[in-house]
Design a binder for this molecule. Structure first.
Ligand code: SF4
Length: 430
């Protein structure tokens, strides 16, 4: 708990000079990989190959709407052109779901392999019916029902660690029986591993490996959409950038992925939420993003004061709570938008009655439209924390609600398959 993070947080805080510069900075994939390029960049690449610009738009349609993962299968391009481009080394390079772990609650955790020479893997999680805490979904997150969130379910010993690794589904199986789920949330990773070293998080134990490219971040969403036969505009899907990694330490690629998902895939940024551990220059930069490309913001707060937060989140020593809140105030919120404060309840550390009262005072003092999303800590091997007692969780939630703080309790989805918050560590053993 005493690591100095100053070496980890050297990030570029300067704003890009222009939109196009930002696009190129964040989005140009390595080699001849195509996923990650927007229509404009694909058109430019086609023109460099001696083809008309509209061929680039055909490529974008194939990658982002038809969700075709192999260049050889893009039949809107003439076969001879496909063969030539493949011979020249062009490839889609979409991340591939290589393992599926299914939870008893319907959650699926995917091991997703990047198409890089190291074949790095990251994790992405599919949660049918969401997790009752995603702040992208105003229609439900602010209702009284959520203030009376269901009781914290018991983690049954017989359910722990039981998962069913499955091969990725074949194309024919990618159907969604009507009525199987009404909405879903996808939790997306932004880095391989993480440098922030939150003491309650399994991902932290991996350390930092590398940033994901824009194509690798957006590609997780496209791969999961493909698996579940998602129809944009019909299906209600929220994205939360809360998987492996700290998105604001990979700012350019993260935002380039968001722009791709908005412009090319057709998703609304209001159905996306990015969570940060409190990277102040990243929040300040985020505050300057245009609303059309800005997801909602969640701050992973997890403690009511600097003393406790500094112990469980070393990043707090670099950017204490006040500096984070000052940066958050710079974000121009949309009507009805709220800032979410995520708060992990650690038994005996952050779940005490006095913590709830101090937290209520802290978030009220911000003067911002906010809500608190409580998360009962999810256990993981090697982490010296304890789960909060059911009574403590209920008392904490009641204290916040009693203090007039909009509060939700995130359901612990996929805990039996290490898919819940803070559990993503590419675990493949039982
Ligand atoms: S909680 Fe998030 S920011 Fe903290 S170590 Fe885990 S992945 Fe990184």
């Amino acid at each position: 708990m005493n690591k100095d993070l100053s070496h980890l947080v050297r990030i570029d805080t300067s704003a890009p000079e222009s939109e196009s510069q930002a696009s190129v900075q964040g989005q140009e994939p390595s080699g001849s990989a195509l996923l990650g390029l927007d229509s404009e960049a694909l058109a430019a690449r086609m023109m460099r190959a001696g083809e008309p610009a509209w061929r680039g738009r055909q490529l974008a349609e194939a990658l982002y709407h038809q969700r075709i993962a192999e260049l050889s299968e893009i039949t809107t391009l003439p076969k001879s052109l496909r063969q030539r481009l493949i011979a020249e080394g062009w490839l889609v390079a979409r991340p591939a779901i290589t393992q599926v772990f299914q939870s008893i609650d319907g959650t699926e955790r995917y091991l997703i392999q990047c198409q890089d020479p190291e074949a790095e893997t990251v994790e992405t999680v599919w949660m049918p019916e969401g997790d009752d805490g995603e702040s992208s979904d105003d229609s439900e997150a602010d209702t009284p029902e959520i203030l009376r969130a269901p009781s914290f379910p018991q983690l049954l010993p017989e359910n722990v660690g039981k998962h069913k690794p499955q091969p990725a589904l074949l194309h024919e199986e990618k159907t969604r029986p009507e009525g199987r789920w009404r909405r879903a949330t996808i939790c997306v990773s932004s880095q391989v591993g993480c440098a922030v070293n939150c003491q309650f998080c399994l991902t932290a134990m991996l350390g930092f490996r590398r940033n994901l490219s824009a194509g690798e971040i957006a590609g997780q969403v496209i791969a999961v959409f493909d698996r579940h036969g998602i129809e944009v505009g019909r299906d209600r899907v929220n994205l939360v950038f809360m998987g492996m990694g700290e998105p604001f330490l990979n700012y350019d690629n993260f935002m380039a992925a968001v722009r791709l998902l908005v412009r090319e895939v057709g998703l609304s940024p209001q159905r996306m939420t990015v969570s940060t551990s409190g990277i102040v220059p990243g929040i300040e930069r985020f505050a300057r993003e245009p609303a059309e490309f800005r997801p909602k913001l969640a701050i992973s707060l997890n403690a009511p004061n600097d003393a406790i937060r500094g112990q469980i989140m070393p990043i707090n020593r670099k950017w204490p709570i006040k500096s984070v809140l000052d940066a958050v105030r710079q974000v121009q919120l949309r009507p009805r938008e709220r800032i979410t404060f995520e708060y992990v309840l650690l038994g005996g550390i952050t779940d005490r009655p006095e913590d709830a009262l101090e937290l209520a005072r802290l978030v009220r003092r911000t003067g911002l439209p906010i809500k608190v999303n409580l998360i009962a800590w999810n256990p993981g091997p090697g982490i010296p924390c304890t789960m909060p007692q059911l009574e403590a969780v209920e008392a904490f939630r009641s204290a916040l609600v009693g203090a007039g703080i909009p509060t939700s309790l995130r359901q612990p989805r996929g805990r039996d398959i290490y898919a819940a918050c803070g559990q993503l560590k590419r675990t493949v053993e039982g």
